[in-house]
Design a protein around this ligand. Structure first.
Ligand code: SF4
Length: 456
């Protein structure tokens, strides 16, 4: 069996499963957020009754993160709906925006978009917050009401996004009926060269198969090249499995996975017990790609879909209006570090917005020093508009007052994960997906630029 099949077999209580089988699996965790949480709660109460209880209050994790830093009152109200439900159900893990358990969330736009407006429990973008807060464990099944839930596959678990109806059912029963997906195999060899990042790997893979090339399939990433990738790198890759239509993305378990998960679960007091899955000799794949990481170049997914692959050096004629770094895919500490490495001592030529994914990342960037300056200060000096309000921000457009949102038909190079029309705001805007290094080089030049031009 493949890694995905082994996890699904265990969660279904079976010795074996194969692609195409339909099985009832037990969930280890259900994550929801402010956009889909209220709808999921509605389904749960409608189907299980007004007085129903969630199947396990320790296994439902609630993370507001999407439409948070906006004066839109309906968006603010969504966070209050989550808080009321958490109280009603005595849910253990709720990463609220405010500290007052009986308070109401109101974003104060008069304070501006840049200064922190959240309390001490806020965790930021759900997919980045889940591992940081110790909720990702090898061998487990994670369902989330968000398509990029697949990011947790970096930790050798089966993680997938589900709709509100399925999520309402999981909330009530802890179970879900799943068809076992076929598995596509991506074997990595070699090591990335300077200026090339994990984002380039996944953009290359999606370009190879198209934005629907993995529809309802598992994408298994393994091979000797994986050992050279950090956990942040693996998260970037697994995150974008859905951009090829993948049911999930999954990595092998190794000492880096173990170190990360053990540290984070202990730090946060979450369950430290887990059972990773290892590869079998009888794996059957529906597709195979061997990728020499050494040969990869900085890659861009052009408007209007993540499969429109080009090399950054082929796109120098595309003038840009804006650069954006942030999101679960591209807003991690390591992403900002590579971004800052190119911007240090230089000035951006176009409007450039920076949104760290979580408060912990804001803290990292504001405390890590390169010489006299913090990384945060280096970015400010380069002309980047950095906000402390960690969250999804303009990655998916959001209400019109969202920081970095494209309210006019602009061309933007972005470290985010999705570029279908209208994704970051205006429906006639164009988004080019790239690595943080390529976004930095392009912000400096005002046109799409291969970051290796700035490496000496
Ligand atoms: S940062 Fe973007 S992709 Fe990630 S969860 Fe938020 S909206 Fe979705």
């Amino acid at each position: 069996m493949t890694l995905t099949e082994k996890i699904l077999a265990r969660a279904a209580g079976r010795a074996r499963v194969q692609a195409g089988d339909s099985v009832w699996v037990s969930a280890d965790l259900l994550m929801t957020h402010d956009v889909c949480g209220p709808g999921t709660i509605g389904v749960f109460h409608r189907e299980f009754g007004k007085n129903a209880r969630v199947w396990d209050r320790n296994k439902v994790v609630v993370i507001p993160d999407h439409y948070i830093f906006t004066a839109d009152s309906l968006s603010n109200r969504n966070v209050d709906i989550l808080r009321d439900f958490v109280k009603e159900q005595e849910i253990t893990y709720f990463y609220d925006v405010i500290d007052e358990p009986d308070g109401k969330w109101v974003f104060d736009s008069s304070k501006g978009m840049l200064k922190r407006q959240y309390g001490s429990n806020y965790a930021g973008v759900c997919h980045t917050a889940l591992p940081q807060k110790g909720h990702t464990r090898p061998g487990e099944i994670l369902f989330g009401t968000d398509s990029h839930t697949c990011m947790a596959g970096a930790f050798n678990e089966f993680a997938t996004g589900i709709g509100n109806t399925d999520a309402g059912f999981v909330m009530g029963t802890g179970k879900l009926l799943l068809k076992v997906p076929e598995t596509m195999h991506f074997r990595f060899e070699g090591r990335l060269q300077p200026g090339v990042m994990a984002k380039d790997i996944i953009l290359h893979c999606i370009g190879e198969i198209g934005f629907d090339g993995a529809t309802y399939r598992a994408m298994q990433f393994d091979g000797p090249g994986v050992a050279t990738l950090s956990m942040d790198d693996r998260m970037t890759i697994a995150n974008m499995a859905i951009e090829a239509g993948g049911k999930n993305g999954i990595f092998e378990f190794d000492s880096k996975t173990e170190e990360y998960v053990n540290h984070r679960t202990r730090l946060n007091g979450t369950s430290t017990a887990y059972q990773p899955v290892a590869r079998d000799e009888d794996e059957r794949f529906s597709y195979e790609l061997v990728l020499d990481l050494e040969k990869l170049e900085p890659t861009v997914a052009c408007h209007p879909d993540p499969g429109r692959r080009m090399k950054a050096r082929e796109l120098g004629h595309i003038q840009l209006d804006r650069a954006y770094i942030g999101s679960c895919t591209g807003g991690k500490t390591s992403d900002f570090v590579e971004f800052a490495r190119l911007l240090r001592g230089r000035r951006v030529a176009i409007d450039t917005f920076g949104v760290p994914a979580t408060p912990e990342i804001v803290h990292d960037l504001q405390t890590a020093r390169w010489g006299e300056k913090t990384i945060w200060q280096i970015l400010l000096d380069a002309g980047v508009q950095m906000t402390e309000n960690a969250g999804c921000a303009a990655c998916l457009g959001g209400p019109v007052d969202t920081f970095g949102r494209m309210n006019t038909p602009l061309k933007c190079i972005s470290a985010t994960n999705r570029n279908f029309p209208g994704r970051m705001g205006h429906k006639e805007s164009q988004v080019f997906l790239a690595s943080p290094s390529t976004v930095a080089a392009s912000a400096l030049a005002g046109r799409i630029t291969d970051p290796r031009e700035y490496l000496s």
